[in-house]
Design a protein around this ligand. Structure first.
Ligand code: PLP
Length: 491
């Protein structure tokens, strides 16, 4: 006889099965029609809030009505990060196996604080971070922990560095003390703003952060770093941490990590490498030289949610000194004390959060489904398509490159003849801003911008799992047409 299992309190089983398959149909249809949707949401601020009742419903609603609102309300207010013409910021994308893993992780809903509350998460996290470490060629002296974002990973790196340099701060703090020199963190002027934010959050203050000058191609000048450290020591300031970047946010420039590592070693400083975007590209043997020296770092961050087809969020943090990280954050209240704590890894000991999501599952699914070779082929394709686009820019009369393309990001600008001839730089900035706004308003593609040496540059990032050569051709046509139209309207 068939036994009927009740789901007391929850959605009935029959409804769950029916709507689960409708939700997966919805996702498949969404990917099928994504190219018909405007990449950048075209709604005005406040549009969605106006459609949502200000009061929560008193009685439950039909799930079919809730799901229908995905099309009516949520899609128009969505910017489609998975659209192959999302080229702004960093183009990132989720993937089928990653989405399915998220659904399964939500079902298990484990809070990975103690090993015993989530053995699968604790152990899979170690195993899958080991895979990624080996795939990217890092030595096994690095142990890992998964956080949500690179910003949080970098904050934990600086906290661990501070713990190693001044262990008394954990107990005494930094305020109201006259026995503590100014502590110094260094990064380049092209480093991500999360380094600044980490200094704010950790109570170091922005005055603790020294930005080191870059060369012509936006890489930190190692000799300027060494000089800054010497000058600080002479003033009684205490250097303790350097953040080097492999793949800066504006241009994907690569700091000279090998030289920076030597400097850190000679002054006893913690070296954190921010490879949030570029890290997964170390899977490609031909790009490995760009990562030279990162194996000497004390900690490294890379984001599978940026360039490894893993749904947001998952940031992989590697550290060779887990003891300092643990000393910085471990605090065990009585109700979380367990007899096995000396023999197992409790995630809550290595960070600010207590409960942690079961993020390792999606990375495990993604790596198993595509395999190292499948991932490498996709990343290689992105780099090739970006290089093709950069070659077209280089050869075009109407555009110019603004930075090298070591990975899959092209920084460029339009140089229409009438402005190029007079070298009217602010006119060029204005023209390029109009160009970007025109393309973004068309809904056909999304570009973003940065400032390089004071001038506006457009950023074309290639990272979608769905991108094909035809998208690069479409982009060339779109840009050429838009430049001609703006030129005409200015005559
Ligand atoms: N570091 C670099 C080099 C980045 O490019 C970014 C974001 O683009 C970050 C850090 C921040 O990443 P997250 O959003 O994961 O905090």
């Amino acid at each position: 006889m068939e036994t009927k299992v009740e789901w007391p309190g929850d959605m009935p089983e029959e409804e769950f099965r029916r709507f689960a398959s409708q939700a997966s149909e919805w996702i498949a249809d969404y990917f099928n029609k994504i190219e018909d949707l405007p990449v950048l949401s075209q709604v005005s601020p406040g549009w969605l809030k106006e459609q949502i009742s200000p009061a929560a419903p008193d009685s439950g609603e039909d799930f079919a009505a809730i799901l229908a609102d995905m099309d009516k309300l949520i899609l128009p207010a969505s910017t489609h990060w998975n659209h192959p013409h999302f080229h702004g910021l960093f183009s990132t994308s989720t993937s089928g196996p990653g989405i399915l893993a998220e659904m399964l992780a939500a079902a298990l809903d484990m809070k990975a604080m103690l090993w015993r509350t989530s053995p699968a998460s604790a152990e899979l996290e170690d195993a899958v971070l080991g895979w990624l470490r080996d795939m990217t060629g890092l030595p096994d002296v690095f142990e890992g922990i998964i956080y949500d974002t690179a910003s949080v990973s970098t904050m934990h790196a600086i906290a661990a560095a501070r713990e190693r340099a001044r262990p008394d701060i954990r107990e005494l703090g930094m305020s109201g003390r006259d026995d503590l020199p100014l502590l110094r963190v260094y990064c380049s002027e092209e480093a991500h703003s999360s380094v600044d934010k980490a200094c704010i959050a950790l109570g170091l203050g922005l005055r603790s952060l020294k930005k080191i000058e870059c060369n012509d191609v936006f890489e930190m000048k190692a000799d300027a770093l060494a000089a800054a450290i010497e000058a600080d020591l002479a003033e009684g300031i205490m250097p303790f941490c350097v953040v080097a970047t492999i793949g800066t946010t504006s241009t994907t420039a690569v700091d000279p990590v090998e030289e920076i590592a030597r400097i850190c070693e000679s002054y006893g400083l913690w070296l954190h490498v921010d490879a949030a975007y570029a890290g997964p590209a170390a899977i490609l043997p031909e790009l490995r030289p760009l990562f030279s020296g990162w194996e000497k770092a004390d900690s490294i961050v890379m984001n599978p949610h940026k360039w490894l087809f893993t749904p947001f969020d998952l940031s992989a943090f590697y550290c060779r000194d887990m003891a300092s990280l643990r000393r910085a954050f471990s605090l065990v209240p009585e109700y979380l004390r367990t007899a096995d704590s000396a023999t197992v890894k409790n995630g809550m000991d290595y960070g600010f959060q207590l409960g942690r999501r079961f993020r390792a599952l999606k990375l495990w699914f993604v790596i198993r489904y595509f395999g190292r070779e499948g991932i490498a082929a996709r990343l290689r394709n992105h780099c090739r398509l970006a290089r093709d686009f950069a070659d077209w820019i280089r050869q075009s009369e109407n555009f110019e490159l603004m930075a090298p393309t070591p990975f899959a990001l092209v920084c460029f600008r339009a140089v229409p003849k009438h402005l190029a001839e007079t070298q009217d730089q602010s006119g060029l900035d204005e023209f390029n801003e109009r160009l970007m706004n025109k393309i973004n308003a068309s809904g056909k593609a999304y570009l973003s911008h940065t400032k390089l040496k004071g001038r506006l540059a457009l950023r074309f990032s290639v990272g979608s799992i769905r991108i094909m050569p035809r998208h690069i051709e479409e982009m060339k046509e779109l840009l050429t047409g838009a430049v001609a139209e703006i030129g005409l309207s200015m005559q």
